[in-house]
Structure formats: C-alpha cells, structure tokens
Write a protein that binds this ligand. Sequence first.
Ligand code: GLN
Length: 493
Amino acid sequence: MANTLPPSSLTAARAGLDQKKFSCRELTQAYLDRIQKDNGRLHALLAVYGDDALAHADQLDRRKKFAHPLAGIPMVLKDIFLAAGTKTTAGSKILENYTATYDGTVVEKLKQQDSILLGKSNMDEFACGSSTEHSAFGPTKNPWDATRVPGGSSGGSAAAVAAGMSCFAMGSDTGGSIRQPASLCGIVGLKPTYGRVSRYGLMAMASSLDQIGPFTRTVEDTAIVLRAIAGLDPKDSTTSPQPVPDYAAALRKSIKGLRIGVPKEYFSDSTAGLEDGVRKSFSAALKILETLGAKIVTDISLPHTDYALAAYYVIMPAELSANLARYDGIRYGLSRREAPTLIAQYAETRGAGFGAEIRRRIMLGTYALSAGYYDAYYKKALAVRTLVRQDFEQAFKKVDCLVTPTSPTVAFKIGAKADDPLSMYLADVYTVAGNVAGVPGLSLPVGLAEPPEGGVKLPVGLQLIGKPFDEETILRAGHHLEQAVKFSCDPKL
Ligand code: GLN
C-alpha cells in the first residue's frame, strides 16, 4: 500500500488486513503519511505517536491472526480521554503539562482489542464549544474548506476522520459535540444512550449529560466500534447492565414499515436559522427513506423543544462549574501562581489557566447554583428536563425513531460566531435535547449544500434519534439511508 491512500472505511481496512492485502504497518503508515501531509494545515491532532503506533503495528504483524474486529485498526482519541502516559490537555492551558496516569475504560477496551493509537485530537477547551475555536492550542480547520470550522467540541476527531488521518476516532458529546462536528465534516457520528458507554477516565464536563461515542466514515463502522466500547462498568455507576447487541448484524434487516417521526418543532418554516440548503438535503433524504419503505410521520410534536436549549445552558454550566473546581493549580496541571492568600492563589491560577468561554460558564454555573438562585434556575431547569424527557416518551409511543437535521447550518467561517456566544450556542439547537433526555442520536451525511454566502459545497448531516438503548434501530435506518444516498466522504485535499 506504499504511497497510497488509506482504505475508505474501517470495514475495508479490516478486510484488507484479514486478506493480507496489506500489513498492519503499511496501514498505519498510510494514515501517518496523511497526518504528515495535512495536519500542519488542518491542526486536527495535538499529539501524534508515530513510533509507538508503528511498533504496535509490527507486533501485530508478527501474530498469525487478528483476534478482534478492531485489531490493527488505527484510531485517535479526543484529548479529553485519559490514556496512561499521554499528555491529556482537554484543550486547556490549565492542563498543558498534565500526563494521564491511567487508562479510562473505553481506552482500556480499545487497547485490549489492539486498536492502534495514532494520536490525540484537538477540541474546544473542556469540550465547551461548537467550533473547536475555543481550544487553547489554536483552531482546527474543516477539511472540506480550511477557512471554515469543523464544528465542535470534538472538531479534531471529526476532521481527522474526514481527512483520512485516522480510520476512526473517539469523541464525547454533552450537547452535540459528536453529532454536530460529524455533520459539518461529512462523516458519521453517534452519541449513544446515556449509560450505554462507560465514562470512567473521560474528563467530566457535565456529568449528567456526557456520553462517549465514535466518529467513522460509515454507519456499519460505527456499529462495530459501539459494540467494542459499550457495556456495564463497575467504575461508572451510570452504566447499564443491558446486554450489548451485535449492532452490525442488526443492520441487515430492511426498514420497510419503520415509523420515522419528524418533530414539527424541529422543521417548521419558522425554525430560526435553518439554512435553505440544509432544508433541501433533509427533505430529499426524507423522500429516500420513504422509497425504502419507511413511513414518515409528520404530526409528531416535542412541545418543550424550545426550552431544551435554555435548560441545557443552566444544567451544563452548573455541573461544569462543579467539575472544574478540581483544577486549582495545586493538584493538577499549571503550576500555581504565587499570591498572598490561598483564595488569591486559586483565582490567579484559574484566571491564567482557563480561557474566556470557560470562565464565562463557571460564572454562570456558580451563579445558578448559589443560595437564593438555585430554585429559580437550577431546579427549574431540572423540571424542564423532565418535561423534555416526557416529550420523547410520548413521541416514541407513536414512532420507532425520529429524524431531524443535525445542525441548522453547514460549516461556518472561522471567526463568524467566535465573539457571539448565543449564536454559537444555537448551533446545538437540534442536538441538545437528546442529551437532556438521555436518548441516542446518530448523524450521517446526506448531501452537499452551498453555504448562504456562496463557495464550495459542504456536507449536510441528518440526525436519527432513538428510544433509550435502541441504537440498533437508528443504526439500521441510517445504514439503509446511507446505502441509498451514496455520499462520498472524501473532501478534496
Ligand atoms: N456545543 C455545546 C456546548 O458548548 C456542546 C458541547 C459538547 O457536547 N461537549 O456546550
């Protein structure tokens, strides 16, 4: 495979390795070559472990057989996953020099399966953002158009997979951070049900919303990775004992008769900010689902949708402010600043270590949790959360899954929303409700659309939302749609 492009999917890489069309070293080298060629320009990866990756590949090449579906398959981890011995920054200056001391559960599972770690990917600081511009180490560029953002907060992982720098990548999704960048980069991304995948060893952003999931180039690949990482973990008490099905096997069954609901609040003419191109690709995809035999149900309502984003932006900063309290410059990371008192020392260190968006959210979150305001904000948001969850429960009495655009826009220009937090927060308008309710969401590319200001056509993503622990249905619907759409994941590099 010398000097050739990496395979188009994980399934293709697996077949190539199993049939000895190429060695594990050759496969790994093909991705490293891509990284060498494009990472300087796209800044998707913060760290690359070329020598270690090749050494691991050589070790696997010496074995006769690959024991696991992910054996020998190269991947990258968002820089918020603890992997022993790797620098793990969460995109923040406050952890610039922090080296992880242990493997999180997902990392351990991927290592046990002999997936090859190529590097760590760039991200918005502590996963707060929708563009990867809030990384302390500079923004990642979108491989389809380097003047645009890849989405966020897992933008580095999405860009790496879209640019062929990795076979798959891991991300985290608290309000959309897997699905939205997958959409903006023209690849597949899944946020599993809350509790499906252990978050032990994932630095916490907002603990009641965080979930780990994969980025891949095909839905089948996502099914394969999900099976490898899902399941009960005694180290994360929120994980579920529900058995982990063979997600890839579930793709085969047709979607004839599947009832797919379009929530009217998500796709009404008045939906603010939904771009025309996105609307058109979405409508075309609905027609395709119908021709595949699915029944599109349009009188589905999620009446509290409008409040989901507002509730999220109270719950998330509240939990974030508590989770980030541990970064005080004494126990982790940035060496502490000298100051006359302990409190002043915390303030100096945290002021220097956290970026503006993080400081904004800590202030909002601390305020929402403070005496006198707790009832008015935090408790109210939790009540809204119950209503949002009930909306989904009601909808799923009528349909098997829901479909929405993933993002109201295609990839926007770097800088376009950087100074306007509210417009940045609106990038998640279609994804946050899934986290607030804890249900799974899959984004897959369904077309290309010209951005409103003109320029090269950019990917449009469609989101399928499923019942809790029913990833099988959304993967199956996504797989059949993907086969019919025939989207080419390759940006011109
Ligand atoms: N963009 C959202 C936020 O900034 C979601 C982040 C995420 O999912 N990690 O909060």
